[in-house]
Write a protein that binds this ligand. Structure first.
Ligand SMILES: NC(=O)c1ccc[n+]([C@@H]2O[C@H](COP(=O)([O-])OP(=O)(O)OC[C@H]3O[C@@H](n4cnc5c(N)ncnc54)[C@H](O)[C@@H]3O)[C@@H](O)[C@H]2O)c1
Length: 415
């Protein structure tokens, strides 16, 4: 067995409280430190979770004891902090996105390849029910040849003020105006993770600049990015000839479900989702020209939803819209592989948090790659960064660079 994980969680804001207890409980982790520029936040975490404080990110990098860093800082800081951590010889877990810059993603890939350190991005979309389902059915051949899929991440700015205020204070609007396509990985991961080796070759995008939130989205200094778009939709030409459409909406009359695949079609079958119902269609060998339509909802919804969906539909879809399913796992998720120690610890984002921390810890322990390794993550993240450029230019087509596959002798966990 390798040296156990001694990790510093950088950023004690709103998201990381869901993860410190998981790092602490994981059997491969020996020690957890917390760190925040706002010292009182680290002190609060230290008291709540019974962990020690490390005074600064720089001290964590210099420490001989700490061998891993978990980045939970604001979106625009991830790239440079991940690069610094890898250069300091640390394994890295990073909240999404990977980076806001293509060059930084390229540098992270180069560093991981050279150092063979673990980099794992905590992409909740990877373990959402629909992604697991489409991965499984695509691998079985149910869909035949992939043709087209749509995924969405709807997160209205009305529900994000507290998040951006957390670090942005009264200047929060400048950060909240981040281009929606700078945060594309929840949606892209759901589609691309279903098809091994497939990546985007070309992107075309259009942005919506008519948001009533002119205090946040605009080109007159409302935000740090001079970003006029609250919503952006991109079309991706994929390397297998298929097409994906991804929408990132920050001004939209919708709350939950928030990250989902609405449609996923192949030449022989299709999956569709609408608010509560998950359906699978495939050709019927007995009846030429007709399909068998299966309701696969039970496997893809938590019990708290599927138990009552058919007896009280109106009430249940309201429950979904209110996020009642946020913490629960669903039958299709392989919970049996998780450490016993995670039982009873709060989950989140439709039961995905436990898997993400387990992947990181197992990747460090085994030396294998996490499923959300840098080569996959580059494929999830880079198309969005270029989609924003495309949208700014009125929808011009832009070629998307691909960083290729991981080294052949570096096995991926669970493959
Ligand atoms: N579904 C998801 O995957 C999901 C959901 C929510 C948030 N996130 C990601 O998680 C990250 C954190 O989000 P949040 O809401 O907790 O943000 P936050 O602003 O509440 O917290 C960030 C914290 O990092 C601290 N920080 C910044 N730079 C630092 C440094 N150099 N050293 C030490 N501390 C530093 C800040 O002081 C702050 O407390 C974001 O990048 C976001 O994209 C992902």
């Amino acid at each position: 067995m390798k040296e156990k994980i001694k990790i510093a969680v950088i950023g004690c804001g709103r998201f990381s409280p869901s993860f410190v207890p998981l790092f602490k409980a994981h059997p491969f982790v020996e020690k957890v430190y917390v760190c925040d520029e706002k010292r009182e936040r680290a002190e609060n975490f230290s008291e709540r979770f019974g962990v020690d404080i490390i005074d600064s990110f720089e001290q964590a990098l210099e420490s001989d004891e700490i061998n891993s860093i978990a980045i939970f800082t604001q979106r625009f800081k991830h790239g440079e902090m991940v690069i610094a951590a890898l250069k300091a010889g640390k394994h890295v877990y990073s909240a999404v996105p990977c980076s806001l810059s293509v060059d930084e993603i390229i540098e992270i890939e180069k560093l991981v390849r050279e150092t063979q350190l673990t980099y794992s991005m905590g992409e909740t979309g990877y373990y959402r029910a629909a992604a697991i389902f489409c991965r499984r059915e695509f691998a079985k051949g149910t869909f035949g040849k992939f043709t087209y899929a749509e995924a969405h991440y709807n997160h209205d700015i009305r529900n994000m003020e507290r998040s951006f205020r957390s670090s942005g204070g009264d200047e929060w609007r400048k950060y909240a105006g981040i281009p929606p396509m700078y945060y594309p990985t929840h949606s892209t991961a759901m589609i691309l993770s279903t098809m091994p080796g497939v990546y985007a070759k070309k992107v075309i995008a259009l942005g919506f600049s008519g948001s009533p939130r002119t205090d946040i989205f605009g080109v007159e200094g409302q935000n740090l990015y001079n970003n006029p778009f609250s919503n952006t939709t991109m079309l991706l030409e994929l390397s297998n000839g298929g097409i994906a459409r991804v929408s990132e909406n920050r001004c939209v009359g919708w709350k939950a479900p928030e990250t989902y695949i609405s449609q996923y079609y192949g030449t022989d079958g299709g999956y569709e989702f609408s608010v509560a119902h998950h359906s699978l269609a495939h050709w019927d060998p007995e009846r030429p020209g007709k399909v068998i339509m299966e309701d696969v909802t039970k496997e893809l919804q938590p019990k708290c939803i599927s138990d009552v969906l058919y007896s009280d539909y109106a009430d249940t879809i309201q429950k979904i819209a209110d996020g009642a399913d946020f913490y629960d796992t669903v039958p299709i998720q392989p919970v049996e592989r998780l450490p016993e120690e995670f039982k009873g610890i709060r989950n989140g984002h439709n039961g995905t948090h436990h898997f993400l921390i387990d992947d990181f810890c197992r990747a460090v322990e085994t030396g294998k790659l996490s499923p959300t390794n840098i080569w996959q993550v580059a494929r999830y993240n880079i198309p969005g960064l270029l989609a924003h450029e495309s949208a700014l230019q009125g929808g011009v087509a832009i070629d998307v660079p691909d960083l290729g596959e991981p080294p052949e002798d570096w096995e991926v966990l669970w493959s």
